[in-house]
Design a binder for this molecule. Structure first.
Ligand code: FES
Ligand code: ZN
Length: 303
């Protein structure tokens, strides 16, 4: 197995590209993919102030590292969601990386700063912890970015994540979600910051290689609530398809973006946006879910 670029000994084989790479050429390939994605979707440029959402896992750590190394103005943002040891360990990894690399980091703690508890909320609202957690994260990324004058929020979603999400949304024709599934979501309200996914064509495995080669610390554990999640089943199904027919995931995503998504565009444009009567952040209801969560916990202190 020889490297397709330099003919040295290959260390990683990418089936969907039918190509092997040596270490240096893999890094060249990886950065090139990131640069192409940024350019193709006009995600940002060197003048933009970018807030990178960091969980401590391989994908977000890879994203933070590659953007900082390419000379972009990046600040990491980590949210401690109060998920026991998982949150404590991931916060440590993220803080230690920021310190060693001299990178700026913003840390938010939902319990300490906002009195929020995803377990209590999940019980009271009869909703999964993941969906509560997701609403809180989306709210805080946007709020911190908007308040801090950032022009764009970048997340480490990879090809496997995007293909699994798309499969889930297609299976139940979630029009609203399909309309929003894109590597770039332009701002549709003065208080909504643009969102981008520069790693959307890179797989989990490629991100893992990138962090290992660059000796970047990351948290190996997945969030404990991820086990059994639907998205894991979708990933398994897609992995099976990918085995039989390499390139399936990438084709699924790119053809949706080229041919499918436009059919949902009007759904996206029709979403009516308001400002929360309590905090002023953008929402589709009178009061945003973040403020509602805080209210519910206040009213049910004994839970
Ligand atoms: Fe939010 Fe797992 S990261 S519930
Ligand atoms: Zn609010």
């Amino acid at each position: 197995m020889k490297c397709v670029r330099c003919k040295a000994k290959g260390i990683i084989y990418l089936k969907r590209h039918n190509a092997a790479f040596c270490q240096d050429c893999f890094l060249y390939y990886y950065k090139n993919q990131v640069k192409k994605n940024i350019k193709r979707y006009k995600m940002f440029d060197k003048k933009d102030k970018i807030l990178v959402v960091i969980s401590g896992g391989k994908d977000s750590m890879a994203l933070w590292h590659v953007l900082a190394n390419e000379g972009y103005s990046v600040t990491g943002m980590y949210i401690n969601l109060g998920i026991g040891q998982y949150s404590d360990k991931s916060q440590q990894v993220v803080e230690s990386f920021a310190q060693k690399s001299g990178l700026e980091l913003i840390v938010k703690d939902i319990k300490k700063e906002y009195g929020l508890d995803i377990y209590k909320l999940s019980k009271l609202l009869k909703r999964s912890t993941c969906s509560i957690c997701g609403s809180i994260k989306r709210y805080l990324f946007n709020k911190v970015a908007y308040d801090g004058g950032f022009s764009v929020v970048a997340t480490g979603h990879n090809l496997d994540d995007e293909a699994a999400t798309l499969l889930g949304n297609v299976l139940s024709w979630e029009e609203g979600y399909l309309a929003r599934q894109s590597p770039v979501l332009e701002s549709t309200h003065q208080k909504l910051v643009k969102k981008v996914k520069p790693l959307y064509t890179l797989t989990e495995r490629e991100n893992l290689f990138y962090v290992l080669i660059n000796k970047i610390e990351f948290l190996h554990d997945e969030c404990p609530h991820a086990t059994g999640a639907r998205s894991i089943l979708y990933k398994e199904v897609l992995n099976r398809l990918e085995e039989e027919s390499p390139g399936t995931k990438q084709r699924f995503i790119t053809s949706f973006l080229e041919k499918g998504r436009k059919h949902f565009q009007d759904v996206y444009e029709k979403i009516e946006l308001k400002e929360c009567i309590s905090c002023g952040q953008v929402t589709t209801t009178e009061i945003c879910s973040f403020c509602r969560f805080a209210q519910i916990l206040k009213q049910n202190k004994e839970v």
